[in-house]
Design a protein around this ligand. Sequence first.
Ligand code: PLP
Length: 357
Amino acid sequence: MKKHNFSAGPCILPQQVLEKASQAVLNFNNLSLSLIEISHRSKDFVAVMDKAQALVKELLQVPDGYSVLFLQGGASTQFLMTTMNLLKTSGKAAYINTGTWSTKAIKEAKRIGDIDVIASSEDKNFSYIPKDYTSSEDTDYLHFTSNNTIFGTQFHEFPKVSKDTMLVCDMSSDIFSRKIDVSKFDLIYAGAQKNMGPAGTTLVIIKDEILNKTGRDIPTMLDYSTHISKGSMFNTPPVFPIYVSMLTLEWLKNNGGVDNIEKLNNAKAQLLYSEIDRNPLFKGVAAVDDRSKMNVTFVLTDESKQEIFDKLWNDAGINGLKGHRSVGGYRASIYNALPIESVQVLVNIMQELENTL
Ligand SMILES: *Cc1c(COP(=O)(O)O)cnc(C)c1O
C-alpha cells in the first residue's frame, strides 16, 4: 500500500503517472530505448515538449501572445531572472513579502536594482496576507507569491496594478490548483515539484511583448528571449521532468481539468479545516480568510499530546506531516494528486486522538 503522502515538495504524483514514467525509462514509445537516453531533438522528444506546452496552454487557457517555457534552475533562479529581464536599469519594482520564498525573491532582486517592499506580513510570522498597499505609478512590475508553501497562506484575490505596471507571480505551489485569468499576469513561474511534476524543471508563462525593454545586457542563459526563440531547447532540456510533467498535465486534463480539480481541492481543504476548527486539540496557524487550500498549517493546542499524535499518523501510513522548522507544528500539503481519501485518514486520526483522552 502506498503511503498517504502529504509532502510539501517534491510532492505526490498520480500513481498512473509514476507507472507510465517508469515504463518510459525502460522503453519509450517502443523505440527499444529509454526516454533518458535519446536525443532531445528526436521527433519523439520534440513531441513531448510540444504536448507539454500545449497542455499548459489548454489547461490554463493561456491567451495568444504568451510563451510557455520549461527551464532549469528551479523557481529560485526565477527570483533573479524576472528582475534581470523586466526591471529597467533605472526602474523600480514592488514586492509583497508574504514568507520565506518572497523574502528570497526580494533578496535576489535587490542585487539587480531598486526594489520597494510595499507590504509585508513578517510582523506576525507571515500568518496572513497583507491587504492594504499601493504600488506607485512608476513601478515596472509588482511581484508576489500566490501561495505560501511554508506558512500556509494564499492570495484569494490577486493584487491589482496600474496599466503600466507588470504583474509577476511565483505560483510554484498552487499552479493548476484553481482557475486563474492568465491575461491579468505578465509573467508566471512555478517550480514543477509542488503541483506539476518532479523537481528539475520550472514552468514560465510569459507575455512576449514585455521583453527586451530593460536596457540591460542579460547573459544568454538568463535571457527569456533565448529560450523563447529556441522553444526551451537552447541547451539540453531536462527531458525526464518535462515528460513526467506532461503526463501529470494529461492526467489533469483527463480528470476534468482545472475546473474539476479546483472543486476537489476545495472539498479537501474544507474537510481538513473544519476538523481543525472543530477539534479542541488543534488550532490553525494562518488567518482564517487567508488560509491556503494547498498547504494546511496547524498546531496541537496541548504539546504534551505530540508523541501520541505522531505515533498515530505514522502508524496510519501518513508521510510528510511535520511542519517547516520556521513554523513548527504540522503541515498537510494537499496538492492536486492527493486523494480526498488520504485527507479523510488524517481527519480520522485527529478524531482518534480526541477520543483516546
Ligand atoms: C518551493 C518553492 C520555491 C523554490 O523552488 P525551487 O524550485 O526549489 O527553487 C519557490 N517558491 C515557492 C512558492 C515554493 O513553494
